[in-house]
Design a protein around this ligand. Structure first.
Ligand code: ZN
Ligand code: ZN
Length: 363
């Protein structure tokens, strides 16, 4: 897989401001291209060479995980200060770097070093590797599928686990335990449990607030497996008979989500898919209470491209994995968000989330 990705990058270099090579410093991109999972390292790829630079802690690991790359053993200096070694070795004139990832200080340092050794000129590139990650391979899909199953199973346990008097924090811990015991390497992000009025905050952090009969409860979580993430939200009502407001808001969000899921497909723009759900919520007068985008790509990052948002004009390709998660948030009352993970296909979608939508938790 790495060799294919190296070849793909080589085929693009001329399109990227005509660079002779690229320095890749974003660790997620490094991992996607090379397979290297360490926490410090960088790649340089030119038409003839593919180098990986890392420090003592990762020499063995880099050799094993990235055999297509020549290992350059850098010392203990801050790793940015050693990137010029790789640039000197490849000896080309124009090297692209990931401008949206490098700090100003790192750039100045690297530029100074390059000037001193008259190595090469640095050319800022923006977001050139990330779009290559939009379409998932079969192996990547298999990993996300597994992470989604672990998440589905934990979410399906909420109906049993959530009880009046339990804190948001305690429920979040039970769910984390469930996912860890069923194979998750870790959490895709800190689990969100937002009960009652806390649900009005889209990214509420679980608190000591106790669940009460009559609460709306948003649970948003995902498992991480071998670097790949999943993402799932369900909204529950704790009590035997939901009030009218819950029914109204839940039905609206659910209808909006279904309209997107039933009508989206590859080739549509991100903003067109966003509109499928947003128009339904706008028409009900709740547009101002749906303040985030409809969805995001999921892969080696929990939030990555492509985006399903009103400002994203890019096309969503077949094979992209995205979340579809409309929500309505009412300050003082709470919120409803429903999120599924799907693969976009040429004629629609395939669900990666299979957790049922059964919002009522009887007490
Ligand atoms: Zn989520
Ligand atoms: Zn999400």
């Amino acid at each position: 897989m790495s060799q294919e990705r190296i070849d793909l990058i080589r085929s693009k270099l001329a399109d990227w401001k005509d660079v002779d090579g690229i320095l890749i410093t974003n660790l997620t991109n490094c991992r996607w291209v090379s397979g290297f999972t360490g926490s410090a390292g960088h790649l340089v790829i030119t038409q003839d060479r593919a180098l990986i630079g890392t420090d003592f802690r990762y020499w063995e690991q880099a050799a094993q995980q990235a055999p297509e790359f020549e290992l350059v053993k850098v010392g203990r200096e801050p790793h940015m200060a050693k990137q010029e070694d790789l640039l000197k070795m490849v000896g080309v004139e124009r090297i692209g770097f990931e401008a949206s990832h490098m700090t100003v200080i790192d750039f100045r340092l690297l530029k100074k070093k390059c000037d001193e050794i008259e190595a090469c000129s640095l050319v800022g590139l923006n977001g050139v590797i990330e779009p290559m990650r939009h379409v998932k391979t079969a192996d990547e899909l298999a990993m996300i599928r597994k992470a989604a199953v672990i998440t589905d199973n934990a979410m399906s346990a909420v109906n049993q686990l959530a009880k009046p008097g339990m804190t948001e924090r305690a429920l979040a811990w039970q769910l984390e335990k469930h996912m860890r015991e069923n194979g998750a390497d870790g959490m895709a992000f800190d689990i969100i449990v937002a009960a009652g009025p806390n649900g009005a905050m889209a990214h509420h952090h679980p608190s000591d607030r106790q669940l009460q009969v009559g609460d709306t409860i948003i649970v948003d979580m995902g498992a991480m497996l071998d670097g790949y993430h999943s993402d799932l939200t369900r909204t529950f009502f704790l009590g035997n008979e939901p009030d009218e407001k819950f029914k109204l808001v839940y039905d609206l969000v659910h209808t909006a989500q279904k309209n997107a899921l039933n009508n989206m497909k590859a080739g549509m723009k991100g903003q067109e898919i966003d509109a499928l759900a947003r128009d339904v919520i706008d028409d009900a007068g709740q547009g101002p209470n749906f303040g985030h985008s409809l969805g995001h790509g999921v892969g080696l990052n929990i939030h990555e491209g492509p985006s399903l948002s009103s400002v994203y004009k890019g096309t969503i390709p077949a094979g992209a994995v995205v979340s579809v998660e409309p929500g309505v948030y009412l300050p003082g009352w709470g919120g409803v968000r429903i999120e599924d993970l799907v693969v976009v296909t040429t004629d629609g979608i395939e669900f990666l989330s299979h957790c049922p939508k059964t919002p009522i938790i009887p007490v």
